[in-house]
Design a protein around this ligand. Sequence first.
Ligand code: F6P
Length: 546
Amino acid sequence: MNFEETQSFNQLKKHCVFLSDTKIADLFAQDKERFSKFSRSFGDIIFDFSKNLIDEKTIELLIKTAEQLNLRDKISDMFDGVKINMTENRSVLHTALRSNEESIKVDGKNIMNDIQNTNEALFKFAESVRSGEFKGVNGDRILDVVNIGIGGSYLGPLMAVEALKPYKTPLINFHFVSNVDGTDITETIKKLSPETTLFIIASKTFTTDETMTNAETAKKWIVEKLGERAIGNHFCAVSSNIELANKFGIKKENIFGFGDYVGGRYSMWGPIGLPLLISIGTERFKEFLDGARKADEHFKNTPFENNIPVLMALISIWNVNFLNTTSSAILPYDNYLRYVPLYLQQLVMESNGKSVDRLGNHTKYKTCPVVFGEVGTNGQHSFYQLLHQGTEKILCDFILPVLSHNETGEHQLKLLANGIAQTEALMKGKSDEDVIRELKEKGLSNSEIIKLLPYKVFDGNRPSNTFLIREITPETFGMLIAFYEHKTFTEGVFWNINSFDQFGVELGKQLAKRVLKDLKNTDDTLLNNYDSSTASLIEIVKNIRK
Ligand code: F6P
């Protein structure tokens, strides 16, 4: 069942019509308790969703819908290892990577033993790199760690290492190579000494073309500079494909695997998080896992009306499917969170960017919005024009850590003032009267005012959520990201889609193989198999590169 098939759907539709002429600002004026009614806190995170076009009835009906969709059972299914990723016949248990439970079973086997054993080896390895006990082939300490991986094997560690940089060991620098564009690896290794560099080949499958191409180039560099025997000292792997990683030349004890119940974009809580683990150390990494585990317990056990990820999803569904917002903007007011929008693009769009439901039918409703974002205040001087005055209404998530790791003069207060003011501006807008008064005060004539007025007015009534976080710590950061994971899952339940496969990435990869073959081929008659655009592009590329 999807949300449109529930009993409450028609009530929600009617309620949406009822609210259609309402201004969020008026709802605030009518109810002094609005903030406390429509905000929730958990740990050091406050989730304020009061600046949305909602009232108590909206939330009540959305919760009813969640109940009719058996959301509670579906959450349990995920945590219990039911194979909810039915197109790939897999359980979805990234939550096991941060669980304290003694037993979680997949196909009758307790996976917690494997997870604990891997963690033991992983933590030991990371600590040996941090302490300098793990050495390069010539006995040097590792000073640079290069993660080679793409998608979930890149974005999670990239985001997390940056987000938790204040906790980073000063002794090691981290680099991330993902793109098959040779510039990525060339520019990275150019600055490094092979003797003090450790490559992490992060690939669940160990077959992803971009990663393998970069890994081979890195291997060539190490072998050229240090000889064949150096591979074991300068490469480790995070992969489920131990055999291929070992064949590449990586010592078995330096390969860290994880089960197929962990999807790529949900994998940074385990061995894929190795760069973060080396960066912040075992104790901090455990705090990061603790934060996520607390979010898991909150998601599993809290009634929907107080359940932050569920409420995040309800607000999103309301905006996308009833109020017709088209995109979702992620706006962290913290430079260390600069990669959060990038990470959430994969988490959200690779999970829910689908138009076929769990029964194989094309959905008749909209599913995943486009996700984009930028750190504040940079975004303000870029695309916020559209957020305030564009034809699209976009749901904005403002992420505001209150305490900075770099308290310098008035920077942090100014940053926070900007973030808070943006939520107010989007909601309140600016009326004709206000614009006229302002322009009169500036001494403009009536005719000048009439000319400028339409451009200066802000309609307002634009939705936003605010996450006010005391401070970004390993724990609050883990919690925040786990909230987004569970929000994404809950949306998938409303849309009745499988959020855990990603067949949409396959076709391009498949065709790229054929195009590559034909780019290398001398026989131009093969180009007749393509449409004229593709054939011409291939032909022109071949001619230029002759
Ligand atoms: O983009 C598709 C995808 O399968 C992602 O889901 C995954 O994160 C990425 O490729 C990388 O895959 P792997 O870790 O197997 O190299």
